[in-house]
Design a protein around this ligand. Structure first.
Ligand SMILES: [Zn+2]
Length: 447
């Protein structure tokens, strides 16, 4: 605690109408402020105390706003924004095999990933997402794009057991990803996760190698898991064991494992994941769009599994919009369980912030507004006519407001969105022109 009489310098003092810190759980504060210095939250408390304690370079008054931690998109494929709307109305396997993989084989390059990720990062920042877990190829190009816009990213060291333009095989993909991790070691906005695509697309040898790397390098492992119903039967036919039994045999079923989708888990598998300390990511919109099914998220949470929300890629969503995911997660859980009381608004907000940080093992730095944590903050304006009247800002964030109401975004203490305008870096490259350019190039591949 700073010495109370000395006026000390801070970079920014933010004074919102409502503060939703996410820790302590359930707190919604008024008359509170947040002081930021450098990339870190310096102080949180009653506004009059902070005004007495700190002399900020900048004061930001947010009289009709909720200030909450930056939203965490726990699973996406950022560069796939360039394939937004490609392959609508297909189930998962046909969508992958007929619409996505052939086009990726034809299009994918360092430039594709850089430009697609830049567009994705712009979309996410404008919508209040400050961190994304990105499972894709050419992670160096993705790192350049995320950091150019000042967004935080957890980049996948991706492996898939068929040749892509990026790598001839999974070994080469892993080697390239690990080299990028070494090269970007000093960049605070970027961290890494091992990202085998899915049990059905990755061999035993590759999974074993990933388990070894995860243990050696202390890296988490994110993998698509039981997204479609047939994955269990296919695995039993090919390997004589279920996907979870296979991951267990490889030594991957434990803390640090982050399963994505997990629509078709059995009750005993949910209990096993909870017992082992694994985490899950729920992608409700993608699950609905590909008709994958309804994940039993309330059961996961009852079992004690840390859960984050993900948009998945823009080709299966088709937005990178966590406000949409929050609303869909709430509605889908209610209709799925036949119970209106499951996943109330505050719990949904946890999935998009602190619970996601726990699922990724980043809760020491992200997911709540507390001194010492990263200054990743989002202000949502609730003064528009369509958000009035407002009796409960938490309920409004989930059921009323959308990303269009995000007014200001800070990542690591730097303002990246101000008054709903994205503050670009890197020569303010016009991103819509970039997207148009790619549309013309890709159009030829779509027919
Ligand atoms: Zn995915």
């Amino acid at each position: 605690m700073p010495e109370p009489t000395a006026l000390q310098s801070a970079d920014t003092l933010i004074l919102p109408r409502w503060l939703l810190p996410m820790e302590p759980a359930g707190a919604l504060l008024t008359g509170h402020a947040v002081a930021v210095r450098g990339d870190t939250i310096l102080d949180v408390g009653p506004a009059d105390e902070l005004e007495r304690r700190w002399r900020p370079r900048e004061r930001v008054e947010l009289p009709e706003h909720v200030l909450l931690p930056g939203l965490i998109n726990a699973h996406t494929h950022a560069a796939m924004t360039l394939l937004r709307g490609v392959g609508d109305d297909l189930p998962l396997r046909r969508w992958l095999e007929e619409a996505i993989w052939p086009r990726e084989a034809a299009l994918m390059s360092e430039e594709f990933v850089h430009d697609g990720t830049l567009i994705a990062a712009a979309e996410m920042l404008r919508g209040g997402i400050t961190t994304a877990v990105d499972m894709y190829f050419y992670p160096e190009a993705a790192a350049r794009a995320f950091t150019a816009l000042g967004m935080r990213a957890v980049l996948g060291i991706t492996a898939i057991d068929f040749p892509t333009p990026y790598a001839a095989d999974a070994d080469e993909a892993l080697a390239k990803g690990l080299a990028v991790r070494d090269a970007w070691r000093e960049e605070p906005l970027v961290s890494f996760v091992l990202a085998p695509h899915a049990p059905y697309s990755v061999s035993d040898e590759t999974l074993e190698r990933i388990a070894t790397l995860a243990a050696q390098l202390d890296l988490p492992v994110q993998i698509h898991l039981l997204e479609a119903a047939q994955e269990r039967e296919e695995s039993l036919a090919r390997h004589g064991e279920t996907p979870l039994q296979r991951l267990d045999r490889m030594g991957l079923l434990g803390q640090g494992l982050i399963g994505v989708h997990a629509v078709h888990l059995t009750e005993s598998e949910i209990a096993l994941l909870a017992e082992r300390g694994a985490a899950l990511v729920h992608c409700p919109t993608s699950n609905m769009k590909l008709a994958s099914g309804i994940a039993a998220v309330p059961r996961w949470l009852e079992a004690g599994i840390p859960v984050g929300l993900g948009t998945d890629g823009a080709a299966s969503n088709n937005r990178l919009d966590l406000f949409q995911e929050m609303r869909h997660a709430a509605l889908l859980a209610k209709v799925g369980q036949g119970r209106a009381d499951v996943l109330p608004a505050m719990q949904i907000l946890e999935l998009a912030t602190i619970d996601a940080a726990r699922a990724l093992g980043l809760e020491h730095r992200l997911g709540s507004i507390r001194p010492g944590k990263a200054a990743d903050l989002v202000a949502v304006a609730l003064d528009a006519v369509e958000t009035q009247p407002c009796y409960d800002p938490c309920s409004h964030l989930v059921f009323v407001a959308g990303r269009e109401h995000v007014s200001d975004v800070w990542v690591a203490g730097r303002r990246r969105v101000s008054g709903k305008i994205l503050l670009l870096q890197e020569n303010n490259r016009p991103l819509s022109a970039l997207a148009q350019n790619w549309r013309q190039r890709i159009q030829l591949q779509i027919r």
